[in-house]
Ligand binder design. Structure first.
Ligand SMILES: Nc1nc2c(c(=O)[nH]1)N[C@H]1C(S)=C(S)[C@@H](COP(=O)(O)OP(=O)(O)OC[C@H]3O[C@@H](n4cnc5c(=O)[nH]c(N)nc54)[C@H](O)[C@@H]3O)O[C@H]1N2
Ligand SMILES: Nc1nc2c(c(=O)[nH]1)N[C@H]1C(S)=C(S)[C@@H](COP(=O)(O)OP(=O)(O)OC[C@H]3O[C@@H](n4cnc5c(=O)[nH]c(N)nc54)[C@H](O)[C@@H]3O)O[C@H]1N2
Ligand code: SF4
Ligand SMILES: [Mo]
Length: 741
């Protein structure tokens, strides 16, 4: 028997981006394990991917192209609604329909819709973008996850960079702020456990009592959407009690005086009324955070899916700038590390192929786009890497849009999801076992090669090969559509950015994962697109491979007396902890922007301010719908991925409404009762689970395939309202009422 072990990388939308070893026997994958050599994966996988063979070889995978033969709207669809066809027939039909749409309405009547099915570099965004650009289709603003937080963090730091996960082992005070580490970021947990064994404390700030919160030393169940107030209240204490690092503030921040003035409006007594956290606890949290060193914040994206999510992230991001914890190993903050991967995505995506700049459609507003856009209306929808009939807000409007007569919908999928139920053509997609790709991360700093382990099942094609085939069928002659995958990987790596110095395809293939060539000094970090084009900052440290186990970091300029750097003559050993903002920020002034003029131009507070979400207990809307609802993710699903697999379903109970004892009793609801949860957008029926997962005033329901619960999920209740910054979704600013069914 021919057995080999292939190095892959998990492409799911998860910060951990695990290194994976797949054992293949006679062409069939027989074992999956976490790569023990990967410094963050450390040999284990989450429960979802540990059972991935079940997913790859699931009996209900989409393995062939299909054409709809029955009318739309009979949900859920079954096989009889579709007829199996060949790829040639499928591509011919798509080309014919798209040509007809373009002739009648123009190319902007075609809308691509994709998000996080795979985050692998090529299959997430390369050939697909080239194709739609060349076609002149509408462009999709991919906002459904993290854009508010992205705008918030860059408004202070100038880049999406943060503390390495490994450094959390050296923290003494860890704040998990809207971060469900056990569920969404499990590979950070061992580092936190290591820190706690050495005496560190873990504080969790989350309106929901997650497993992480239950394991914590201190859980602060904050009212949803009030984090900006809490951060400003903490800064009130830190500034007025002079607990800040005056030297760091003076050197590396801009706008401290304006911040001092602003925080006076946020005394802990006032903040307590918004956040539901006692004033004494706010003071204690501020004093402990500023007084324990090093202290690290793990911020995640949950809290930025609120009306004021950008400001909330902005305010929290200021905290380590005041305490100066950016200069300490085990200090700082991590929201994302994605800004360090300076790959040449522009060349992969080919924006220059556009005949002219096409209109932009925000993916959060899919329902509106399908129903209301005119000039031209959307006539062709191409969905891949996403399940919008389950994940997009205001589900009823999305479904109404998908059912619009005349809309031609193509869905490229691995499974018969909620969205394939509305498809005219279904195309079969490979899993990461079946294609090769490059993998970045948003929760660590290792770039990986994900090799192909097995041949594509059935007629499956990767996103890259699908869009290559479609482009050729359209007759596009541009050479980029013929580039082999290997060449595309080389192009991605050839950005010339210092973080990628010494990293090429051969090395990645040999080593599986490679740590980015991170500089010793933050001033050399030039991660933002604009800065990348406009700056030629000198390189201070160059990492050079000395042997299999050892990198040498050559200092190109004198090194500051940075703790933790082992000097050896002119060389510094690798694995030197990366301190992205120890001596400044990649902003125009080199300082963290506690005051940011650009925000004022957008009608926002240039310092930071708390504005209650439009749907919250602080607004009039709460009269009709008094309960704040968290539209949550499940620990054992990944958004809606995995929610169809029996082995995963055993670990979750879809269809629950978690409600406090007090709110349930007030409505005559007992544990296990069927309840109607509703607001002006719609209603869903769930099973009440009484307990202390949420505080009175807050309820929670979770995300999964809508057809698991009669074709409707929690997104019936969420809205298309956008965030203050970044035009993101507001899944956690939702008011509802609950009654016995
Ligand atoms: N198991 C699992 N892992 C996942 C995912 C999954 O669905 N399941 N999803 C992946 C994706 S797409 C992402 S973006 C990442 C990141 O995942 P996140 O987007 O961060 O995950 P969430 O669970 O939505 O939010 C994290 C926590 O924030 C809390 N929260 C909600 N509102 C507020 C608030 O107003 N204030 C505060 N302080 N906390 C709040 C939630 O209760 C939750 O426990 O995780 C990825 N990993
Ligand atoms: N209520 C509520 N709604 C939410 C959220 C929430 O917390 N609550 N979270 C939001 C967030 S943070 C996010 S990121 C979005 C996620 O939204 P999506 O990215 O749509 O997430 P998934 O539900 O995981 O759907 C991804 C689909 O891609 C498919 N897929 C996987 N790999 C490939 C591939 O290589 N090719 C193709 N063609 N398809 C592939 C999978 O089978 C899966 O059906 O959901 C958002 N919606
Ligand atoms: S989903 Fe996340 S934790 Fe699970 S294997 Fe993938 S990257 Fe690792
Ligand atoms: Mo996400």
């Amino acid at each position: 028997m021919a057995t080999r072990v292939v190095h892959a990388a998990c492409p799911h939308d998860c910060p951990d981006a695990c290194g994976i070893l797949i054992t293949v026997q006679d062409g069939r994958a027989v074992r999956i394990q976490g790569d023990p050599a990967h410094p963050v994966t450390r040999g284990f996988l989450c429960a979802k991917v540990a059972k991935y063979l079940d997913r790859v070889y699931a009996p209900d995978r989409v393995l062939h192209p299909y054409r709809r033969v029955a009318g739309k709207g009979s949900k859920p669809c079954n096989q009889a609604d579709f007829q199996q066809i060949s790829w040639d027939e499928a591509l011919d039909e798509i080309v014919a329909r798209f040509r007809d749409i373009i002739a009648r309405h123009g190319a902007e009547a075609i809308l691509p819709y994709s998000y996080g099915g795979t985050l692998a570099v090529l299959n997430n965004a390369s050939m697909d973008r080239r194709f739609f650009h060349r076609l002149g289709a509408s462009r999709l603003e991919r906002t459904i996850c993290s854009t508010a937080g992205g705008a918030g963090i860059t408004s202070v730091y100038g880049a999406k960079l943060g503390t390495e996960p490994e450094q959390f082992a050296r923290s003494r005070y860890i704040v998990a702020w809207g971060a469900n580490i056990h569920g969404n970021n499990v590979h950070l947990w061992p580092f936190i456990e290591e820190a706690r064994r050495k005496g560190a404390r873990l504080v969790v700030i989350d309106p929901y009592r997650t497993r992480t919160a239950r394991c914590a030393d201190w859980h602060l169940p904050i009212n949803p959407g009030t984090d900006a107030a809490l951060a400003l209240g903490m800064m009130h204490v830190i500034i007025n009690e002079e607990l800040y690092d005056a030297d760091y503030v003076a050197r590396y921040t801009f706008g401290f005086e304006q911040l001092c003035a602003r925080v006076q409006e946020y005394d802990p007594g006032r903040v307590a009324r918004w956040t539901g956290i006692a004033a004494a606890d706010i003071r204690r949290l501020a004093r402990e955070y500023a007084g324990t060193r090093p202290a690290a914040i793990r911020l995640n994206y949950g809290m930025q899916r609120a009306d004021n999510g950008g400001m909330a992230v902005r305010a929290v991001c200021m905290l380590p700038c005041l305490t100066g914890s950016w200069k300490e190993i085990g200090g700082g903050l991590q929201l994302t590390t994605s800004g360090a991967y300076a790959l040449d995505r522009d060349s992969l995506q080919g924006a220059e192929l556009q005949p002219r700049a096409a209109r932009v459609v925000n993916m959060v507003e899919l329902g509106k786009a399908l129903r209301k856009l005119s000039d031209p209306p959307v006539q062709g929808l191409f969905v891949y890497n996403s399940n919008p009939a389950a994940v997009a807000p205001d589900h009823n409007q999305v479904v109404a849009g998908l059912l619009r007569p005349g809309l031609f919908t193509v869905v490229h999928e691995q499974f018969f999801t909620d969205t394939t139920d509305y498809a005219d053509i279904i195309l079969p997609a490979t899993t990461f076992f079946e294609h090769k790709d490059l993998q970045a991360a948003y929760g660590h700093y290792y770039l990986q090669m994900s090799d192909q382990a097995i041949a594509p099942l059935g007629d499956c094609r990767s996103n890259v090969e699908l869009f290559r085939g479609l482009a050729l069928r359209f007759g596009f002659e541009d050479p980029c559509f013929r580039q082999p995958v290997e060449e595309m990987i080389d192009i991605a790596l050839a950005s010339g950015h210092p973080h990628l110095a010494g990293i090429d395809r051969a090395r990645l293939e040999r080593e599986g994962h490679v740590r980015l060539n991170l500089p010793l000094n933050s001033m050399n970090v030039i991660p933002s697109e604009d800065a990348r084009r406009n700056t030629n900052a000198p390189l201070l440290g160059v990492r050079v491979r000395a042997s299999e186990s050892r990198d040498l970091l050559f200092a190109a300029a004198p090194l500051s007396s940075r703790p933790g750097l082992a000097r050896q003559g002119g060389d510094v050993l690798s694995n030197a902890p990366y301190l992205p903002f120890a001596d400044g920020f990649p902003t125009p002034t080199g300082r963290a922007l506690l005051y940011n003029e650009a925000l004022a131009a957008q009608g926002l507070d240039p310092v930071a301010a708390f504005v209650p979400p439009a749907e919250s207990r602080h607004t009039e809307a709460a009269r009709a719908y008094p309960l704040e609802m968290l539209a949550r993710k499940c620990d054992n699903f990944l958004n809606t991925t995995f929610s169809n697999l029996p082995s995963m379903q055993k670990m979750e109970t879809p269809g629950l409404l978690e409600i406090s004892q007090r709110d349930a009793e007030a409505r005559g609801i007992r544990d296990g009762d069927r309840v109607r949860v509703f607001n002006a957008r719609g209603e869903i029926f769930l099973t009440a689970r009484l307990g202390c997962a949420t505080q009175p005033g807050v309820v929670a329901a979770s995300l999964h395939w809508a057809k698991l619960s009669g074709g409707r999920n929690v997104n019936v209740l969420t809205s298309e309202r956008l965030t203050d910054m970044g035009a993101g979704p507001t899944f956690n600013s939702v008011l509802v009422q609950v009654e016995p069914a």
